[in-house]
Design a protein around this ligand. Structure first.
Ligand code: NAI
Ligand code: MG
Length: 357
């Protein structure tokens, strides 16, 4: 019997709603496999917790999470707490503190879903974005000067390190080696951001020498955004800095059907710390509490979690079952043009898993 302990942080808004469905999927995986056990510890860290305690998580929050194998994360954010607090004090400390330096975001048109780019085929829309997850534009280095005066100003530094760039490149290349096209596209903007992005390009050009069998291309971020729409079939593995990767993946999600379908993993490849799996969407206050959020993004994140735990056959079962339900086309949440609830969508996927296993 293999045992895995999972820290669960449901968060705010639709976070707990889509986490519920993911927990059903995990329970089903346990039943179907027979040789694995998941145990759970729940953490109520969210905006409500902040309003009561003045912080998003306890001081020893990371200590409490550290001994779990993986973290299943919903979404945080509530109109009662400024977004920069909920994000900076909960998600970013976990990503950075646990060296989850890879943010892995598959962009794949699922069977049963029509892309807004309808003339493209399913094979054309199947690539994966690797986003640097610990530094870059999302650095805390900076500050405000002359606050409250007419001279008020703010600076936030973009931090690119050699080590941080090398390790994310090595991860992206190792991923490209395992895929069909053997192709890496790297986002840059060295024509305009002439200190940090030229350094980034230099590191790319050094590391690529170790991977001569992988075709490497550097594209400026603006042109690359256009390629996402105009010729997504040319993409295989795409690497971006923290901000570029963030923006590219919302765009990627849009061309394969929307945020309700887009999963992610925050991965510490060395497994020195727990990795964290979450949908890329937020807490969606506009639909929270209505029971209509699409749980597929979060359930697909469970599939990525299984891959990370070296249970790829379970990861495949989850993803195939999601697609089978979509192809059948009966159970769909409103974002996919249907009228089903979050729970009905989750139940349909669980039923399909049992049928397929
Ligand atoms: P959002 O992703 O929460 O929502 C954007 C739009 O997509 C909304 O119209 C929403 O209804 C829709 N949507 C999102 N997920 C959906 C799902 N599963 N099914 C159906 N429709 C879905 O982004 P927004 O509105 O910019 O941010 C809301 C809050 O979430 C803010 O407080 C923000 O800071 C936070 N946030 C948290 C993230 C996280 O926890 N990792 C990531 C992004 C935002
Ligand atoms: Mg985002």
């Amino acid at each position: 019997m293999r045992h895995y302990s999972i820290a669960v942080i449901p968060g705010d808004g639709i976070g707990p709603e889509v986490i519920n469905e993911s927990l059903k999927v995990l329970k089903t995986l346990e039943e179907l496999h027979g040789g694995i056990r998941f145990s759970y510890e729940y953490f109520d860290w969210n905006c409500q917790y902040y309003l009561q305690n003045g912080r998003m998580m306890p001081k020893d929050g990371l200590e409490q999470l550290k001994n779990h194998d993986v973290i299943l994360f919903g979404a945080v954010g509530d109109p009662s707490v400024p977004d920069h607090i909920s994000v900076w004090e909960l998600i970013l400390p976990i990503r950075k503190g646990f060296q989850q330096y890879v943010n892995l975001r598959p962009i794949r048109l699922l069977r049963g879903i029509d892309s807004p780019l309808r003339y493209k085929d399913h094979d054309d829309l199947d690539f994966i974005v690797v986003r640097e997850n610990t530094e870059g534009e999302y650095s805390d280095m900076g500050g405000r000067l002359h606050a409250g005066t007419p001279f008020e100003m703010a600076i936030q530094n973009n931090v690119i390190t050699r080590q941080g760039s090398e390790r994310i490149l090595q991860y992206a290349y190792s991923l490209a080696e395992r895929r069909k096209k053997k192709h890496l596209t790297v986002a840059t903007k060295s024509n305009a951001i002439n200190h940090t992005m030229t350094f980034w390009d230099e590191v790319v050009n050094e590391v690529r020498k170790d991977y001569p069998h992988i075709q490497t291309q550097l594209y400026h971020i603006d042109a690359l955004a256009a390629y996402f729409v105009m010729k997504p079939e040319s993409l295989d593995v795409v690497l971006g800095s923290n901000l570029f990767g963030d923006i590219l993946t919302d765009l990627g999600a849009a061309i394969v059907g929307g945020l309700g379908l887009a999963p992610s993993g925050n991965i510490n490849p060395e497994k020195q710390f727990p990795s964290m799996f979450e949908a890329i969407h937020g807490s969606a206050p506009d639909i929270a509490g209505k029971g209509i959020a699409n749980p597929i993004a979060q359930i697909w994140s469970v599939s990525l979690m299984m891959d990370h735990l070296d249970l790829p056959e379970l990861g495949k079962l989850v993803l195939d079952s999601i697609e089978d339900v979509l192809v059948e086309g009966i159970v769909r949440t409103p974002d996919l043009g249907g009228s089903c609830t979050t729970k009905e969508m989750g139940d349909a996927i669980v039923a399909q898993m049992k049928k397929s296993a």
